[in-house]
Design a protein around this ligand. Structure first.
Ligand code: ACO
Length: 428
């Protein structure tokens, strides 16, 4: 059987044979289908890319029905247990797990680029005292590019690599300072004796102590959260990074666009919505009634369901255990966590959720962990951005390494008026 699709245009009676490659047909193959020579040719119409692959990518694999997520072939549950954030970042960026030497070099490079130009600090102090940290983050990432004009040479692999290191190293500094600014606290400079997550926690929470020594269990929990968020193939923000990058702008500008996409409540804001929902439920005993209200169409169970996963999101499984560990390490009890456990237990045995294939997603437990660690809710999208950073850069890099990449530019179906004659203002 040939790997082709036979299409008959009932307008003309003509038949076309279109090749099938990797389970897909090229939308451009439809252009040959015309009613006459003047016809533009058939287009495909797919708003929100529900069934359109926009790239060929070797970075991340997801099988939503089976609940599988792999970075460069490695299952997410193995990376969450065995790997570190920087090792996972190296894997996403360069395609292979690093050797000891490669990892040491990469960690050294990142560690020694964590400081930012003092102008960045001056810029950040100009924001209003209560500026949202994510709004500051988006703006300052774009502004960072003004300090590196050579970054515009995106066709030069060495220049690209220098920006990869700078972005991974400096973005956490900007992220932590956006929090310090929002709190009216002095900005804390990076501490190059500390590892990636430790240094981030130090820049976030250090006060008068000469050396910040975070709890190793919390450092590991943060690493796990960052690893789990590191990439998720062609999600809204990665798609933004690729689309903006395809214009060959510098990566700082492209990443500001990706971060802006993440800022939206439909993407990076769902974990905040989960916390609001849990607080609204208020008590474990109110869970059954809340579930009934959701089933009758009164709102949604936040942190449940996913466009791609129709099975348990593999990241949610890991985060449930991480949340238990963090709470026990901190010897803290969170009534919202008890409500979450009960909600999950009830929902997973309820026919509505089973029939609709609704399982907890990554956001169901992540907010609870961040909250236990002392991060305020408005920092959640910023934390997501730090995690997602390697993924964004890996997609940007992959786009630039592919000589076939063209500027992203969709077609449209025009629905406006046909040509009409201009009417002078006093005649309207
Ligand atoms: N609670 C109750 N019912 C739900 C939920 C939910 N969380 N999610 C979907 N459904 C139901 C819908 O009502 C619909 O039912 P119907 O077919 O009987 O009308 C059916 O399941 C399909 O829903 P869609 O909205 O078409 O599914 P879609 O794939 O477009 O949406 C989404 C996925 C947006 C994640 C959705 O499940 C949702 O709103 N979840 C809650 C918000 C959330 O947790 N978002 C975070 C996603 S993860 C991330 O982006 C990082």
């Amino acid at each position: 059987m040939p790997d082709t699709l036979t299409l008959t245009d009932n307008r003309t009676g003509l038949t076309y044979e279109v090749p099938i490659e990797d389970g897909a047909v090229r939308a451009n193959a439809l252009r040959q289908i015309k009613v006459d020579e003047a016809d533009f040719g058939l287009m495909s119409y797919d708003p929100a890319f529900l069934n359109t692959a926009s790239v060929r990518s070797a970075i991340t694999f997801i099988d939503g029905d089976a609940g599988i997520l792999r970075y460069r072939g490695y299952p997410i549950d193995q990376l969450a247990v065995e790997s570190t954030y920087l090792e996972t970042a190296f894997l996403l960026l360069f395609g292979e797990l690093p050797t000891k030497d490669e990892l040491a070099r990469f960690e050294h490079e990142v560690t020694f680029h964590t400081f930012v130009h003092e102008n960045v600090k001056t810029l950040m102090t100009g924001f209003r005292y209560d500026a949202h940290p994510m709004g500051m983050f988006v703006s300052v990432v774009a502004a960072l590019g003004t300090l590196y004009p050579e970054a515009a040479k995106v066709d030069d692999p060495d220049v690209r690599l220098a920006q990869v290191i700078r972005l991974i190293a400096k973005v956490p500094t900007i992220a932590a300072w956006s929090y310090r600014h929002n709190k009216g606290l002095p900005y804390v400079y990076p501490d190059n004796d500390l590892g990636f997550a430790e240094n981030f926690l130090s820049m976030m929470f250090k006060m008068a102590e000469p050396k910040y020594e975070p709890d190793p269990a919390l450092v590991r929990a943060l690493e796990v959260l960052f690893i789990l968020h590191a990439d998720h193939e062609q999600n809204c923000s990665a798609n933004a990074m690729r689309a903006i990058g395809s214009s060959k702008v510098d990566p700082y500008s492209a990443m500001a666009g990706a971060a802006a996409a993440l800022y939206g409540p439909l993407h990076g804001g769902a974990n905040e919505a989960v916390l609001r929902m849990l607080a609204q439920i208020g008590d474990v005993k109110n869970v059954p009634e809340f579930v009934e209200r959701v089933k009758s169409g009164e709102g949604r169970l936040m942190g449940f369901g996913h466009r791609v996963y129709k099975n348990y999101d593999p990241r949610a499984k890991i985060l449930k255990v991480t949340a238990e560990r963090v709470l026990s390490e901190l010897q803290s009890k969170d009534v919202l966590f008890d409500i979450a456990l009960e909600l999950e237990a009830v929902a997973l045995t309820d026919d509505y959720f089973i029939d609709h294939k609704l399982y907890p997603n990554v956001d169901f437990y992540s907010g609870l962990i961040y909250r236990a660690m002392g991060f305020p809710t408005n920092m959640f999208p910023v934390l997501f951005a730090i995690g997602r950073l390697p993924g964004w850069i890996a997609h940007w890099k992959e786009g630039h390494e592919n000589p076939k990449t063209k500027i992203g530019r969709p077609r449209q179906i025009y629905t406006g008026p046909t040509e009409r004659k201009y009417v002078a203002i006093d005649m309207r």
